[in-house]
Design a binder for this molecule. Structure first.
Ligand SMILES: Cc1ncc(COP(=O)(O)O)c(C=O)c1O
Length: 378
């Protein structure tokens, strides 16, 4: 059997990781400024993470949600404390798309409406419902075409409010910071006005914090830079530092009933151990503070480079607009052994582990500046 060829990937076979460092099967060394799509939060093979997962594996790797799982309750309690959402309820699943899918379902069960408002440029995942609220028709099959969705521009409060006033909206979904689209933030005013219009119109506000959550922005969730408390928050990527786990945080007034949602693997013992290790490490190593410090440092050091057209972001979620982005990215990888991400034609994206040091940031700054200088002269 061969692989179903859906990915255009680098011909690099990574075999080892430690913190920010990666190495391949030929012994080449790399630095990870992208964290495998923003997944690596506490660093590759973190000792506490390995200890937690390994110890759990010696006890029990998996049992289904047919039995009570104490680890889920402990995780919910810890996540509530660390995130500041103590009074919310947690549903555990396996991926970002699945978290969004469940969030949309919860909203629709709650208010018995079907329409969703999403933001232009949004990416919410590739399952049926998540894809229908993702603003990229190229990713959709005919099967995905049937949902009732309106797209509004990011921060276009006027259109958002007039769409909501039609009264048929179940949910509005907004990324804490748009990631795949190139690191764009919703304004406080947009979030606040949308939330109060949702309340008036019986719609729920969902914040997709799958990429921007778990400390990536320097706050636990990026929307915590604003005054808004969403009804539902979705999280994944950094939550398990690579172990597949996702969560839906649900406001207390939204009631669960038996059979409302479900999953076989969601919240399994190993996944809970992984997420617990991530939360403990975020606290223990002050990784939110580090995200702010190193993120601001990177932006500060890079912003005066004339070849950079724009640089934006919060914490360690940074977008840099440059000409020849793809060429620069390839050079960084091939010549300097640095993984970075991309958005569209012009934006280079940085999503390094939250544990990145200043020394590692300096290595990037130096390499990036010299690649930019070389590509300007060429
Ligand atoms: C904001 C956002 N939502 C949802 C998803 C989908 O997550 P997953 O690939 O785990 O299904 C992604 C993935 O990139 C994302 O960035």
């Amino acid at each position: 059997m061969k692989l179903f060829g859906v990915y255009s990937c680098y011909d690099i076979n990574l075999v080892n990781g430690k913190g920010m460092k990666l190495s391949d099967d030929k012994g080449n060394q790399y630095l990870d400024f992208y964290g495998g799509h923003g997944v690596i939060s506490i660093g590759h093979s973190h000792p506490h993470y390995m200890f937690r997962i390994e110890s759990q594996l010696h006890c029990l790797g998996f049992y289904s949600n047919a039995v009570k799982n104490d680890l889920q309750e402990k995780l919910a309690c810890k996540l509530g404390k660390v995130s500041g959402y103590d009074d919310y309820n947690l549903f555990l699943c396996n991926s970002g798309a699945e978290a969004n899918e469940n969030a949309l379902k919860v909203a629709s069960f709650h208010n018995e409406k079907t329409k969703v408002i999403a933001v232009k440029g949004a990416f919410h995942g590739r399952t049926g419902g998540a894809l229908s609220i993702t603003d990229n028709p190229k990713l959709s099959s005919p099967f995905n075409a049937e949902h009732n969705v309106a797209f509004v521009e990011m921060n276009d409060t006027k259109t958002m409010l007039s769409e909501l006033k039609k009264g048929d909206v179940s949910a509005v979904i907004i990324e804490g910071i748009q990631g795949v689209n190139g690191v764009f933030e919703p304004s406080n005013e947009f979030l606040k006005s949308t939330k109060s219009a949702c309340e008036e119109c019986g719609a729920l506000l969902i914040l997709d914090e799958i990429q921007s959550g778990f400390g990536r922005s320097g706050k636990f969730f990026a929307h915590q830079y604003s005054d808004v408390k969403p009804d539902i928050i979705t999280t994944a990527k950094g939550m398990g530092n690579g172990f597949p786990i996702a969560g839906v945080l649900i406001a207390p007034e939204i009631k669960a009933w038996k059979g409302m949602l479900g999953t076989t693997f969601g919240g399994n013992h190993l996944a809970c151990a992984a997420a617990m290790a991530v939360l403990e490490t975020i606290e223990e190593e002050h990784l939110l503070e580090n995200a702010i410090e190193i993120g601001s440092y990177l932006i500060d050091q890079l912003k005066d480079n004339k070849a950079i057209k724009a640089i934006r972001g919060k914490g360690l979620m940074i977008g840099i607009d440059i000409d020849n982005m793809s060429e620069v990215r390839t050079k960084l990888l091939k010549e300097d052994g640095m993984f970075t991400g991309s958005s569209g034609q012009n934006t280079l994206r940085l999503l390094p582990p939250l544990s990145i040091t200043k020394e590692e940031a300096n290595q990037f700054i130096e390499a990036f500046n010299s690649v930019l200088a070389a590509s300007c002269i060429a």
